[in-house]
Ligand binder design. Sequence first.
Ligand SMILES: O=C(O)CCC(=O)C(=O)O
Ligand SMILES: [Fe+2]
Length: 353
Amino acid sequence: MATARSFARYPDFPSSVPIATIPVVSLQKLQSGDEDESKRLFQASREYGFFSLSLSGSAKGEELLLDVEKMFDLTESTMNLGSDILDLYAYKPPHSLFGYKRSGLLKTDDGKVDDMAMYNLGQDDIMGNTGRRSNPETLESERETCRTFFDHAYGVVSIALAELDKNLGLSPGTLAGLCPLDKSSETQLRMLRSEPKAGVIDYRRITLGGHTDIGAITLLFHTTGGLQILPAGSSNVPENWQYIRPQPNCALINIGDTLVEWSGGVLRSSLHRVVAAPGKQAKVPRQSLAYLLRPERSGSMRRLKSKVIPELDDGEEEEARTVDEWAAWRARQVMNGELKPETRGGIPTKTIA
Ligand SMILES: O=C(O)CCC(=O)C(=O)O
Ligand SMILES: [Fe+2]
C-alpha cells in the first residue's frame, strides 16, 4: 500500500484541497553522504517538524516498502476480525497502551469522539525485549514478518537520526543510541483503520484528534489522505489546517516531543490530526501504519549538550525525570487539562553546525 502500485488501486487525492508543502528528502542521497540533502532534512525538521523520505533507489528503503505492504495486509486481516474479538486484546489506558482500541473511545478537539480503530503492537513484544504479550492469531502467526518490519523500520529511522546527530552537533550514534532496538521502551507499530461512511460525507469529521507525538520520531505510511498539519504560527481554526498529500514510495517522518526536549527546542514537533479523506478517497477504508520510536524507558529527558543546542536560560531547570516518568507526567497534564497539545520548538540554533 505504500508503493506506487498500491497507490494505483485507490481513488486519486483531489487537487482542490489546501496542502502543506512538506519537503521530500531522498534516503539514497543521504546514504551517499549528500550534504545538501542532509541540510534539507534538518531545515524541514525545524520548520515543519515533518519531511517525506523517498525510499526508492535505496536497498534498505525498498526492502522496507515490501515489509510495509505485508503489514498493511496484516492490518486488514486483523481489523477484519471485528471489534468483539479484538476487544479480547483491548488496550488498558493509562496502564498499557498496547493492544486494540476500538473507534470512538477518545475525545476529539470538537467535543465529539474519534473514528479510528487501532492495534498497537509493541516492539518489546515482537523483538523479545520483555515478556511476550498475546495478540490475535493474524499477528501471532506472522511474528517473523512483524520482526522483520521492526528491524527494517528501525534501520531506516536510524539513518534519519544520524543526520539529525550531525546537524545538531552531536557525536555519531547519539540519538539512535538513546532509543535502542533491543532495550525496553514504549516503541510501537500503530496499525490504524477508519471505515468509510455511507451517505453524505462530512469532510470536517475529525477521525483522530489533534496531537503531537510524545516519542522521539515517527515513521508514517499512508496511501489515502486525511492527515492534516497545523502550520507553525497558525491559530487552531478549521481553515488553517492543511492536508498532507501521501507520496508513493515514501515514509512520512515527523519529529516527536522527546526530540524537542533533547534539542532544547531546536527541532519542532507539529500538531497534526486525521479527518475524513478528501474527495473520492472518503469512500474507501483508510489504513495507515505509524512506527512510533520511543527512547529507552530508564533513559534521561535532559537537554543534550552541543555547540548547536542552546544552553538552559537563567531560571530554567534541567529536566530530572526519566523517559517513563516524563511521559506519565505529560499524560497526566493532558488528562487534567493543564496542557493543551500544541506545536513546539523550531527556535534558532546557537550556531549552525
Ligand atoms: O493515520 C495517520 O495518518 C496519522 C496517525 C498519527 O498521527 C498517530 O498515530 O500518531
Ligand atoms: Fe501522530
